[in-house]
Design a protein around this ligand. Sequence first.
Ligand code: ATP
Ligand code: MG
Ligand code: MG
Ligand code: MG
Length: 430
Amino acid sequence: MKTTIDQVKNHLDETVTIGSWLHNKRSSGKIAFLQLRDGTGFIQGVVPKSAVSEEVFELSKTLTQETSLYVTGKVVEDSRSPLGYELQVTDVEVIQEAEDYPITPKEHGTEFLMDHRHLWLRSKKQHAIMKVRNEIIRSTYEFFNQEGFVKVDPPILTGASAEGTTELFHTKYFDEDAYLSQSGQLYMEAAAMALGRVFSFGPTFRAEKSKTRRHLIEFWMIEPEMAFMDHDDSLQMQEEYVSHVVQSVLQNCKLELETLERDTSKLENIKAPFPRITYDDAIQFLKDQGFDDIDWGDDFGAPHETAIAEAYDKPVFITHFPVEIKAFYMKPDPDNPNVALCADLIAPEGYGEIIGGSERIDDFELMKQRYQEHELDGPAYEWYLQLRKYGSVPHSGFGLGLERTVAWIAGIEHIRETIPFPRLLNRLYP
Ligand code: ATP
Ligand code: MG
Ligand code: MG
Ligand code: MG
């Protein structure tokens, strides 16, 4: 019977066949050890000379890395292997013999690995990162479904941008100008007025000209939008959501976090509530720390975010940014209209901003005023203004960057390893 590596636990002492690739091997005169992988996991196949035919033993010794195989054997318990099981091999059938594999267990440079991303993905570390990514996506759907959200898909080709035009990818839409979506936000507000609580999960595009370890050109964003929820309600939803995701990864990706050598003690305490600090206090804190490159009215850079994060052992909300450095749709604080009812959520350990969010302007006249200040006009924007005419309600939303979140939870230094095929400033292949 054919099975998969994650299912061998259900076949103890039975003989199974696994479709797999040879990850690596060791052999001596009497025994060969085959490290097999099939995407669901890794398992060791033991081939004792005494237990298989001469032919199978000789074949096992000469197999090349990444050769595809059907391996048949008995599932036995093995407390030394991370999986807890190994396979006592009785037969090996080659599907395709792999040529000399370019990625060997020795060290390779980053550019080389990036050029071979299509193969690099097969490594144990990359496999673990993709599994963590998948668990974040799975638990995201779980959380928002539990909370009564409806998944809505905003368009990717748009006639207008949500946040200004400098980082926009321009394209043609027949005879019209169009842009690749930087955020589904404006559409999600319309969806929230129709469905109450909505979330999206999709690709977004930003022509970021700077090379940092936190910015991709194409990244995936989760954007919830909630009717009848104010700024504080939104912060609560965010901290509960992020806690749920972290706890789900801890529970369901134990082997992967081990492979990644992630210090899980830094994740176990990630539970709501999260600390909050105002923008004003954050500026003061940085000045007290000796930063002289930041003033009231500036946005934070990576070193500032890291310094603030280091003061906490959980993600921290920085709230009430100056209105002028935030998007036009953010609601001013009624107690101090110079600042917005908004927050960035900064991950611990220097992984930077993972969420940006705010309460939205719900007053028609104020939004109209913002349109004039930002020179927003034409059919690309008119519909959004209209939302404030027909039963406008307090509403809030936020955007979480998936890859930033993967980098933090999996403990990955550079964001390029958190997405299968990263689009970077100088890289469009593979
Ligand atoms: P940053 O300040 O780090 O450039 P931002 O404030 O421009 O981020 P937002 O517009 O608030 O980003 O987008 C929401 C979230 O999307 C961010 O909190 C972050 O998690 C993620 N994000 C933004 N830009 C990128 C990018 N270029 N690559 C990967 N993730 C990104
Ligand atoms: Mg940015
Ligand atoms: Mg930011
Ligand atoms: Mg932001």
